[in-house]
Design a protein. Structure first.
Length: 103
C-alpha cells in the first residue's frame, strides 16, 4: 500500500472516531441515569405496575412541584422526603423532563 493511501485511511479512521465521540457527548444521558433509581418503586420508566403512583408521562412541572414539596417536608411521604433531599433542584428538573418525555 502506498504511504499516501495509508495516511488517508488513518485520517478517515481518526475522523470517524472523533465523529462518534462527539455524537456520544451530544447525547445527554443524565436525565435517564438520574431517573434509574426511581424504577425500584415506580417501575421501569415510571410505569408503575403496582400501587405506587406512576411517573410515566406526568407533566414535568407536577414532578418538580412534588419533589420540591417532599424535599422541604411540605408534602408527607413514607420515604420520598428522604429521597428528595438527595437531589439538587437541577437534578429534579432533569428527572422531571425525562419522565414527561416517556409518554
Amino acid at each position: 500500500m502506498k504511504p499516501k493511501t495509508v495516511k488517508i485511511l488513518v485520517l478517515v479512521g481518526v475522523g470517524l472516531l472523533l465523529l462518534i465521540a462527539v455524537s456520544s457527548l451530544a447525547a445527554d444521558n443524565r436525565p435517564a441515569m438520574l431517573a434509574n433509581p426511581c424504577a425500584g418503586c415506580h417501575g421501569t420508566d415510571g410505569a408503575s405496575p403496582g400501587s405506587i403512583p406512576p411517573l410515566k408521562g406526568l407533566p414535568g412541572s407536577y414532578i418538580i412541584s412534588a419533589m420540591k414539596a417532599f424535599k422541604t417536608d411540605q408534602r408527607k411521604g413514607t420515604v420520598m422526603n428522604r429521597i428528595a433531599k438527595g437531589y439538587t433542584d437541577k437534578e429534579i428538573e432533569l428527572m422531571a423532563k425525562h419522565f414527561e418525555a416517556t409518554r
